[in-house]
Design a protein around this ligand. Structure first.
Ligand code: TYM
Length: 338
């Protein structure tokens, strides 16, 4: 490199999770695992999407407790706050402000097509509020505020990232190159972990006492019980066939994600064994994966001063970047400067 050459600027990575329920094995394998060990290569921002969580009614005390627990879990999962910016969405007011602006650039038809809106309104028929409908515009703001290049998410969020791109394209075509075009960054294995009790539905964090969900805080005996009872089928053959053997294929996906083994290797490992041995092995691999995360989360939760410091520093760093984009947007759309 000559004196005049600058080192290449790192690309930016950003993602968030709603603290609307306990984090699950799905949240970990679909998203958080992909956030780890990226800080050398990328400039990384990860947040608690608390503004998003109130599109569904929350108990305030539970929401506060879960949000803090989620921060501790990010760190326990290996997201080092010295190298990554960790923050609460509600601490950075620019999210709500850009969210409003982008609402005016997101079309009714586009928002109506979002599968998550359709699913959630079917599940919460008594609370189909405006926030649930316009939520993807706020998510677009989350991403575009930071000029993120990559958004590491599970399969179910791909549609929202694509809508973000459409909104960014529309905005840029009117005002010039304001926003970086983000790309979804989806894992090859684990992008869609299904419920252990109903392999037709995604493993979801929102339902308490759901026998289909493994949370990051479940103790080993609970995890083993959940896997023992996981729905499979009656032909007792460990074979990857997501069409006809959804339950078994989901367990194979989990096992592949936790051990790094391919589906062919897993089929070989359990050839001639019943599902009992297979489920036990999958359960044990998950217990070992989650044990250090659970223990470290408990340790961190006892250190409130440290968590306070992390969230304050994170909010400050995030606000700095967010404000730059918001100023630019306000100027472009024609607001008078303060
Ligand atoms: P949320 O909170 O529903 O899910 C958080 C992340 O976990 C992934 N995920 C899964 N992956 C695989 N299998 C599963 N069963 C599973 N369940 C959840 C999700 O794909 C997601 O990556 N709208 C987002 C939060 C958000 C966001 C953002 C994400 C708000 N603003 C900006 C990225 C960028 C959501 O509701 O995710």
């Amino acid at each position: 490199m000559t004196d005049t050459m600058q080192p290449a600027k790192k690309k930016r990575m950003l993602s968030g999770i709603k603290p609307s329920g306990a984090l699950t094995l799905g949240s970990y394998l679909g998203a958080i695992r992909n956030w780890k060990d990226r800080a050398e290569e990328f400039d990384c921002y990860y947040f608690m999407a608390d503004l998003h969580s109130i599109t569904v009614r929350q108990n305030p005390a539970d929401l506060r407790r879960r949000s803090l627990e989620q921060l501790a879990q990010y760190i326990a999962c290996g997201i080092d706050p010295e190298k990554n910016v960790l923050f609460f969405q509600s601490h950075v007011h620019q999210h709500a402000e850009l969210g409003w602006v982008l609402n005016c650039y997101a079309m009714f038809g586009e928002l109506s097509r979002m599968t998550q809106f359709k699913d959630k309104s079917a599940k919460n028929a008594d609370n189909i509020n405006g926030g649930l409908f316009t939520y993807p515009a706020l998510m677009a703001a989350d991403i575009l505020l930071y000029q993120a290049d990559y958004v590491p998410v599970g399969e179910d969020q791909k549609q929202h990232v694509e809508l973000t791109r459409d909104i960014a394209k529309r905005f840029n075509s009117i005002y010039g190159d304001v926003f970086t075009m983000p790309e979804p960054y989806i894992p090859k294995v684990g992008a869609r972990i299904m419920s252990l009790a109903n392999p037709d539905a995604k493993m979801s964090k929102s339902e308490n006492d759901d026998p289909g969900r493994v949370t990051l805080m479940d103790p080993p005996e609970v995890i083993m019980r959940l896997f023992k009872r996981a729905i499979t089928d009656c032909d007792a053959e460990v074979r990857y066939d997501p069409e006809n053997k959804k339950g078994v294929s989901n367990l194979m996906t989990i096992y592949s994600a936790t051990t790094g083994r391919s589906f062919a290797e897993i089929e070989q490992e359990f050839a001639g064994h019943g599902y009992g041995d297979f489920k036990k092995a999958v359960g044990e691999s998950v217990v070992e994966l989650l044990r250090p995360i659970r223990e470290e989360t408990c340790r961190l939760l006892a250190d409130k001063a440290y968590l306070q410091k992390v969230m304050a520093e994170g909010a400050e760093k995030a606000s700095y970047v967010a404000e730059k984009t918001l100023r630019k947007v306000y100027k472009k759309v024609g607001f008078v400067a303060r």
